[in-house]
Write a protein that binds this ligand. Structure first.
Ligand SMILES: [Zn+2]
Length: 199
């Protein structure tokens, strides 16, 4: 009898750990596609995974500190508030967002102000005032719409700027899911127009 109980316990432990493994496996497949996309665009490696206190998921080039995670939550809180003011209802959960923190490709802008930015291929910005010769510096960039994901650069100070970037990149994602027409009109900044889009 005792042997049977032990056997059952071992079997149930095995089944349980297999279930966990399956869930982690399915989740990591979606995440791997996102991570590949982020690596392709930034040429960085995202070895650190974290979660904000409110539940947004984070992949980063180094362990993000509490101020960074709070700044992300604050940006999403502002975004959700303005989205609700506009009666948008989709993608208003912190857990709907996966955020990548990349290495900064510059830390000061042309005005010599602190401005950690990422360099991304210019594509639609070719020949515009933003073009640096094949690439542009961007504060942030949308990576995917389903699930919602974007990337911005590491900050060591001015976390208010992080909250703004989160809110601004989030605007594109919120609009994509709630107001496709306004999304299309505002997705490409090379035609002019910036953030905030939503008021
Ligand atoms: Zn934008």
């Amino acid at each position: 009898m005792k042997k049977l109980k032990t056997l059952l316990r071992i079997v149930s432990m095995f089944v349980f750990s297999f279930m966990i493994y399956q869930t982690a496996e399915a989740q990591s497949r979606a995440d791997r596609a996102l991570i590949n996309q982020a690596v392709r665009i930034t040429k960085d490696n995202f070895s650190f995974a974290a979660q904000t206190p409110k539940g947004a998921r984070v992949y980063a080039v180094s362990q993000p500190n509490a101020r960074m995670l709070d700044a992300i939550d604050n940006g999403l809180t502002d975004l959700f508030a303005v989205a609700q003011k506009n009666n948008y209802q989709r993608q208003l959960n912190y857990s709907d967002y996966t955020i990548f923190i990349a290495k900064a490709d510059r830390t000061t802008n042309s005005d010599k102000n602190y401005s950690p930015d990422i360099a991304v291929g210019s594509a639609q910005y070719a020949g515009s005032v933003y073009d640096q010769g094949g690439f542009v510096y961007a504060a942030g960039m949308v990576l995917a719409y389903n699930p919602c994901a974007f990337v911005f650069a590491e900050h060591t100070k001015d976390f208010q700027r992080v909250s703004e970037i989160v809110r601004y990149e989030g605007e594109h994602l919120i609009l994509y899911h709630n107001d496709r027409q306004l999304y299309k009109k505002t997705a490409d900044h090379s035609q002019g127009g910036g953030h905030p889009i939503l008021k």
